[in-house]
Design a protein around this ligand. Structure first.
Ligand SMILES: [Zn+2]
Ligand SMILES: [Zn+2]
Length: 388
């Protein structure tokens, strides 16, 4: 059960303010902003340590990316609370949609459901995307063997939707850990199905929550795309992990130093704010046991991960004012085996959408992050909630 919190809303829609009286916080927090911002307590305390720091450039050795940490760009702690409503519902009175139970006939064809023999009482459904980016109905083509100025593949691929709950009003973080685990097991099952297509090289699992994070439906869902190529970000990550493995003989994620970066830990997973986080309050959930492919997960670990994922989403909701967010599962190419990729270790990345991407980021592929991850970890670590 989550502890109760008070929520006040200022007039004029300036911002939501959460004052949490939570046990185990050692007497609460002082607001450093001096009344200027009316900011959430947890954020204020922590940002103070950033303000005294100079900028630093850190390398993300997993993704081979440099990140500029520039605390000077964090003018006020409230800069990091989401100001946009996560789900600006185009129709606020809408209580049902095609993803709701009873509306199955309005959706694109179903692939499977949990429980598989359920009729009107399903828990989740995996369906085709009604507006797929790639088409499962056309012939796959092979990758060009010789250099060509215009490399092209047919648009063959899969684009599926996982409807995470039968009810419109429930978000992923409202579901119990076992149900969240079932969503993860649905990803696993669908990836295993897509592996049987030789031309599908990678499956990207992702969730967009909130319109500004790309969600077009408010009903809780995630998406999966089966791609006929390995995306460049995946190749860059694997190359970087391989280079590190060749130099040290160790896996970068098995060796990760959590220390100040640790947020929480479950039986089989840790959640951290990564050392060179690209985005403010970015979270990685990493399996403690080395594993190259997400689809190696079993039922017990899925439920365990379900609990930790739910906890991270709840903490983000509380500390960052229900921000729009994305999460992505970073796994390995599905046609390869674990023994072919001894250096690969999958993880789940959660990114709250708090800052935009500008010309510097587009131009360089480097990001400027105004929040040191050890500060973000502290803010998230100190939220005292339990889940069930
Ligand atoms: Zn719905
Ligand atoms: Zn590892």
């Amino acid at each position: 059960m989550e502890k109760k919190k008070k929520r006040k809303k200022k007039k004029g829609g300036e911002e939501n303010r959460e004052e949490e009286e939570e046990s185990g916080r050692g007497g609460g927090h002082k607001n450093r902003a001096g009344g200027g911002g009316g900011d959430g307590a947890g954020i204020s305390t922590t940002m103070g340590s950033s303000e005294n720091r100079s900028a630093e450039i850190r390398k993300d050795t997993v993704n081979n990316r440099w990140v500029i940490f520039s605390p000077a760009r964090a003018r006020r702690p409230s800069d990091f609370k989401s100001k946009s409503k996560s789900n600006p519902n185009p129709n606020p009175n809408q209580s049902e949609c095609p993803f709701c139970i009873g509306h199955e006939h309005e959706c694109a064809p179903e692939i499977f459901r949990f429980p598989s023999d359920s009729t009107s009482n399903w828990k989740l459904r995996v369906i085709q995307n009604l507006y797929p980016a790639l088409s499962r109905d056309i012939q796959p083509s092979s990758l060009p063997q010789n250099p060509t100025p215009t490399p092209t593949l047919s648009g063959f691929g899969f684009h599926d939707v996982v409807i995470e709950s039968p009810l419109h009003s429930l978000h992923l973080s409202d579901l119990n850990p076992v149900h969240v685990g079932d969503v993860l097991l649905a990803y696993k099952k669908r990836i295993e199905q897509l592996r049987s297509h030789d031309s599908i090289k990678y499956v990207q699992v992702f969730k967009n929550h909130g319109a500004s994070a790309g969600a077009s439906m408010t009903h809780s869902h995630s998406q999966m795309m089966g791609l006929p190529f390995v995306p460049p970000a995946v190749s860059a990550r694997l190359d970087s992990m391989k280079e590190n493995f060749d130099q040290t003989g160790k896996c970068s994620l098995c060796e990760i130093q959590s220390n100040n970066f640790l947020i929480d830990q479950s039986t089989h997973f840790i959640s951290i704010a990564p050392f060179a986080a690209t985005f403010p309050f970015e979270i990685w959930i990493i399996p403690l046991c080395h594993s190259s492919h997400f689809h190696e997960i079993d039922g017990e670990k899925a439920a365990d991960l379900g609990g930790l994922l739910k906890l991270m989403l709840r903490k983000m909701y509380l500390q960052l004012n229900n921000p729009p967010f994305n999460f992505m599962i970073h796994t390995s190419p599905i046609q390869s085996t674990p023994s072919q990729l001894p250096y690969a270790h999958w993880y789940l990345q959660i990114v709250p959408q708090l800052t935009g991407v500008g010309g510097f980021e587009i131009g360089t592929g480097c990001y400027i992050n105004p929040v040191f991850p050890e500060d973000a970890a502290k803010v998230l670590r100190e939220v005292c909630i339990t889940i069930e």
